[in-house]
Design a protein around this ligand. Structure first.
Ligand code: FES
Length: 107
């Protein structure tokens, strides 16, 4: 079972055991990870599931679609090269551990 580590904006770390092939946003919602709101339910239409992925693990995920890219341009937090919508991230079978950083909310 893969472990998804969520590094929260306040520095807290949450390690959540996920199902094989799990979705990063869905796993966070099911585990009440604070900071991932997922207002659109995973339709890539709200950007409230924004996370930063580890640079060295970025290639395990599917490429950013045009729709995701458009939404990432709308994030209210800092946009970085490693920015992704966590609803678009599925943990590939065979991957044991993934860490995502939640962005610091902007005022
Ligand atoms: S849940 Fe809305 S964009 Fe990911």
């Amino acid at each position: 079972m893969p472990i998804i580590t969520y590094l929260l904006a306040d520095g807290t770390k949450m390690n959540i055991e996920a199902e094989a092939g799990a979705n990063v946003m869905r796993t966070a919602i099911d585990a009440d990870v604070p900071g991932i709101l997922a207002e659109c339910g995973g339709a890539a239409m709200c950007a409230t599931c924004h996370v930063y992925v580890e640079e060295e693990k970025a290639s395990i995920f599917s490429e950013i679609s045009d729709v995701e890219e458009e939404m990432l341009e709308c994030v209210t937090e800092e946009r970085k090269p490693e920015s992704r919508l966590s609803c678009q991230l599925t943990i590939p079978v065979g991957v044991d551990q993934v860490t995502v950083q939640l962005p610091v909310p902007q005022d």
